[in-house]
Design a protein around this ligand. Structure first.
Ligand code: HSE
Length: 369
């Protein structure tokens, strides 16, 4: 396998290093705008040098971002090259376009590293749905947020300092808003729901709330009630479609998610045969993520392509009513007070996220029953 590698950042460099040690695949060209010199590959600055190179059969996209990653991936598929990508924004946004395109061109398209970094989550989800109906997916899907929440909870550290540390360690996206505002998790749960339920979830119907506004006082309030805050994604099959959302969630000390440390992820599916299955591991970082990219390359060598048939577009229905911790200018009914915050019952996910949009300084977390 001859590979054209797009991007030489955290993930791209890891892919290059791992493939250098293998006989069955070789990175022959690397697209990188900076001046680099590599012993085993040619560094190029123009994507056309990879696109028009007929000896390259597979493109690895590790640039991140939507553009020009989308244009490059689309062109590579149209030119008959297999594509492996770790780019969740790309796959989530163009799911119902890139999958059928790859299918019509007879090329392989895989993106296991797009969710869970080094965890074989999407590849197992794909296998799982072959023999059972999956009713639920979700969990802790963002290493940066977990790193921040874990350090705030266990070490009493301040939000800004921990975020800087996560950036230094290479966990955070180039724009950390993507992590802390939940967008990265949003992409990941939509992609997971698409695969698990065989649909294309309408992204505009999936609400997301992040952890940007959490304060040390909130963490103290949670501790006083035996709770731990995590950024949790949820995708559920419902009678008429699905329910999909991302929000800070308070779980009881002693529950599996509460114990997840540092930048680790814990992602779960529930199936009618397997019941609950959880996947725990490094959700970010150079080598874990590059590991799953290389696993996909091996799958491509073995002829394995799509995760799942792309399905019809469905709107998420988030009318489910939950109990919430709210710190902010809540004017509605409250059940009790926790210091400077209140507990609010029987408010739907849709209604609480709509309130949060109008109250952008507030911090809200669902309390898991
Ligand atoms: N920024 C992401 C995270 C990287 O922190 O989980 C892996 O997708």
């Amino acid at each position: 396998m001859k590979i054209g590698l797009l991007g030489f950042g955290v993930v791209g460099r890891g892919v290059y290093e791992i493939t250098c040690a293998r006989d069955d695949m070789q990175v022959t060209k690397v697209l990188c705008l900076e001046d680099i010199s590599l012993p085993d590959a040619e560094a190029v600055k123009d994507f056309k040098e990879i696109l028009n190179d007929d000896s390259i059969d597979t493109v690895v996209e590790a640039m991140g971002g939507l553009h020009p990653a989308y244009e490059f991936v689309r062109a590579a598929i149209e030119a008959g090259k297999n594509v492996v990508t770790s780019n969740k924004a790309l796959v989530c946004t163009f799911y119902d376009e890139l999958l059928p395109l790859a299918q019509s061109k007879g090329v392989k398209f895989r993106s296991t590293a797009a969710v869970g970094g080094g965890i074989g989550w999407l590849s197992e989800l794909e296998r799982s749905r072959r023999v059972q109906t999956i009713s639920q997916v979700g969990g802790i899907m963002n290493g940066t947020c977990n790193y921040i929440l874990d350090n705030m909870t266990r070490m009493g550290l301040n939000y800004d300092d921990v975020l800087k540390q996560a950036q230094k360690l290479g966990y955070a996206e180039a724009n950390p808003s993507t992590d802390v505002d939940g967008i990265d998790t949003w992409h990941k749960v939509i992609l997971s729901s698409n695969i698990a339920f065989g649909v294309t979830v309408d992204k505009s119907t999936v609400p997301v709330a992040g952890i940007r506004n959490i304060q040390a006082q909130d963490v103290e309030n949670f501790k006083a009630h035996g709770l731990v805050c995590k950024l949790i994604s949820t995708g559920k099959r419902t009678e008429n479609g699905c329910s999909v959302y991302v929000q800070p969630t308070l779980v009881k000390e002693g529950e599996p998610e509460a114990a997840v440390p540092m930048n680790y992820n814990l992602i779960t599916f529930i199936g009618d045969t397997s019941e609950r299955m959880s996947f725990y591991g490094q959700g970010a970082g150079r080598y874990p993520t590059a590991y799953n990219v290389v696993q996909d390359l091996v799958d491509v060598l073995e002829g394995k392509g799509f995760y799942a048939p792309y399905g019809e577009k469905v709107a998420a229905d988030n009318s489910e009513k939950l109990t919430w911790y709210v710190r902010g200018n809540w004017q509605g009914e409250t059940a009790e007070s926790w210091g400077n915050a209140v507990i609010v019952k029987d408010v739907s996910v849709t209604d609480m996220h709509a309130w949060l949009k109008e109250n952008s300084e507030a911090f809200v977390a669902a309390i898991r029953a």
